[in-house]
Design a protein around this ligand. Structure first.
Ligand SMILES: [Zn+2]
Length: 237
């Protein structure tokens, strides 16, 4: 892999994951110009139980979110992808099979991404405009290839990794998110999870708490569009 300059964030992330991820250009982890807006993101779904629960909590709290779906799961539960889309949430691409990114060539990864673009298009009539790599692994070559198929590569804000897939307590997820929140954060959750996922219960606490702090919840693409000093047009939040 070509040696390139790494951002502090990527370096920290790689250290945590023990991966040789790279690339800094055009990989989005927040938008610090966004003011009191944040993006809730849910990876790996749809899931037959948790996705629906999360959708109903989002609705109750007037929150829009982003679902980075795995193509294979979208094929299994197209009605859930459609429900996400119809509720005004954004659908992002998270590969077809959630492969070990270190073992695949960029060509094979792009095949996975394009297959998932088509699956989501067949369900919703719209191709995803954002992609999140499994475990956040990016190389310069992959970033370029993703941009060439019309997607923005996305990460998450490094203090906003809830690690909910490890089944921590509800309290610890709430603490991670609410105590570290910053304007324009991209928050990482998973809607596909093992039995006993604490995510829905944590969300029920987090959403009102953040709303109390003045935050509104918009999709990743909306968040990235906000420019400094601009007030977002209230359509989705
Ligand atoms: Zn994932």
């Amino acid at each position: 892999m070509k040696k390139i300059k790494l951002t502090a964030y990527i370096t920290a992330l790689c250290a945590i994951l023990g991966l040789h991820a790279s690339a800094q250009a055009h990989v989005y982890a927040s938008n610090r110009d966004a003011g009191k807006y944040v993006a809730l993101t849910f990876d790996d779904g749809p899931h037959p139980i948790y996705t629906e629960k999360i959708l109903s909590i989002l609705k109750e709290n007037n929150a829009k979110a982003t679902f980075f779906v795995i193509g294979k799961n979208a094929e299994s539960y197209p009605e859930l992808v459609l429900a996400e889309f119809n509720d005004g949430h954004e659908i992002g691409n998270h590969t077809y099979s959630h492969p070990d990114m270190k073992k695949l060539s960029v060509e094979s990864i792009i095949e996975e991404i394009e297959k998932t673009q088509d699956i989501v298009y067949d369900i919703t009539g719209k191709k995803p405009e954002i992609f999140r790599s499994p475990c956040g692994v990016y190389s310069d070559e992959l970033v370029e290839a993703i941009e060439n198929i019309g997607c923005k590569p996305i990460l998450w804000s490094w203090r906003q990794d809830t690690k909910d897939w490890t089944l921590p307590s509800v309290k610890s997820i709430v603490k991670t998110v609410t105590e570290n929140i910053q304007d324009g954060d991209i928050i990482l959750f998973h809607d596909y999870n093992k039995k006993g996922s604490p995510t829905p219960e944590a969300l029920e606490i987090i959403l009102p708490k953040l709303a109390e702090k003045g935050y509104s919840f918009i999709t990743v693409s909306e968040l990235l569009k906000i420019k400094r000093g601009e007030i977002k047009n209230e359509t989705a939040a």
